[in-house]
Design a protein around this ligand. Structure first.
Ligand SMILES: [Zn+2]
Length: 318
């Protein structure tokens, strides 16, 4: 028997084991096993992990590096491919979302698979999440609603290179905004490997994430750290996080923004380049998993559960 619910993190309660994934709040029970799937802020809270220090907290090495640098606390247990805990096997797969991102298969009486945030499309960085057959599927639904259908990646890549070249040719520079961990590294890898050579400048946060990323997932890339847009860019491309990109837009700069959210923006300068699957990708993943029961979590979890139910799939949001 199992019970799956949202408790400020995802609780998977088995007869003999209380599992907690990605906690941002203290759970109303004492977990036996905790795992952080990746280093995005909506999937962990350091104070919460700290208060579980007498319990092991599992995460991949890149995730721990991003969270703690080289001072990884004792209660963090590094895990790469899997671990057995009280007779239950946890198998980990690369989620294709960000460096160190993991999806988890729990081999109990039923197979329970939690995707975490994931991408199963082929990108210039990372390996896509594999197709996993499971009985129960817990799937993220960040873009699990109708407007979020993205063009294929080749088209997005071509479009991004074209836009960047246009601004470099007309203004001498282009500014690209993307999430600091996940999409920014894709932009850097792409623009480092085009026929045309661009000088790439990245903000300090993106620089830190990118250094860690390419340490574990090597892609040839040339880029320089640049504290802020104005002082150091001569001719080239400035790559920055979303928050800063939006600020620069407000100041009147032309900024190319890469995010799935832009599917609803109707904005010429934005691209739906994302480290998440779009609605079609999510549906395909569910169908291929052959899961008997699907739990949706994050983002458009309600809409996505309804879409699945309309297709005759047993689904519910948590
Ligand atoms: Zn994420």
């Amino acid at each position: 028997m199992y019970n799956i619910k949202w408790v400020g993190g995802i609780a998977v309660l088995l007869d003999n084991l209380k599992i907690l994934f990605d906690p941002v709040k203290l759970a109303p029970f004492r977990p036996d096993f905790i795992l952080v799937t990746h280093a995005h802020r909506d999937h962990f809270k350091k104070e919460v992990l700290e208060s579980y220090r007498d319990i092991r907290v599992y995460m991949s090495e890149p995730t721990a590096r991003i969270l703690y640098g080289h001072q990884i606390p004792d209660y963090v247990e590094i895990v790469e491919n899997g671990v057995e805990f009280k007779g239950v096997e946890f198998k980990l797969y690369d989620s294709g979302h960000v460096i160190g991102g993991k999806s988890v298969l729990i081999n109990s009486d039923e197979k329970i698979f939690y995707t975490g945030d994931f991408c199963s499309s082929v990108r210039i960085i990372l390996e896509p999440l594999k197709e996993i057959k499971t009985d129960i599927l817990i799937i993220e639904a960040t873009y699990g609603a109708m407007p979020y259908i993205f063009p294929n990646r080749r088209r997005l890549y071509k479009n991004l290179i074209k836009k960047v070249a246009y601004y470099v040719d007309t203004l001498g520079y282009a500014i690209v905004g993307a999430r600091s961990l996940g999409t920014a590294q894709e932009v850097i890898a792409l623009l480092s490997n085009t026929k045309r050579k661009f000088n790439l400048y990245v903000d300090p946060k993106v620089y830190k994430m990118t250094r860690i990323h390419f340490e574990y997932d090597y892609v040839k890339a040339d880029y320089e750290k640049c504290p802020s847009f104005k002082p150091c860019i001569k001719e080239g491309v400035y790559i920055t996080g979303m928050e800063n990109a939006l600020k620069l837009r407000k100041k009147g700069y032309e900024v190319i923004i890469c995010t799935g959210l832009s599917a609803t923006w109707n904005d010429f300068n934005s691209l739906t380049l994302s480290s998440h699957e779009d609605l079609n990708g999510l549906i395909n993943y569910v169908v291929r998993s052959k899961a008997e029961k699907v739990y949706t979590v994050y983002g458009f979890k309600r809409d996505f559960a309804q879409i699945l139910k309309n297709m005759g799939i047993k689904a519910r949001q948590i």
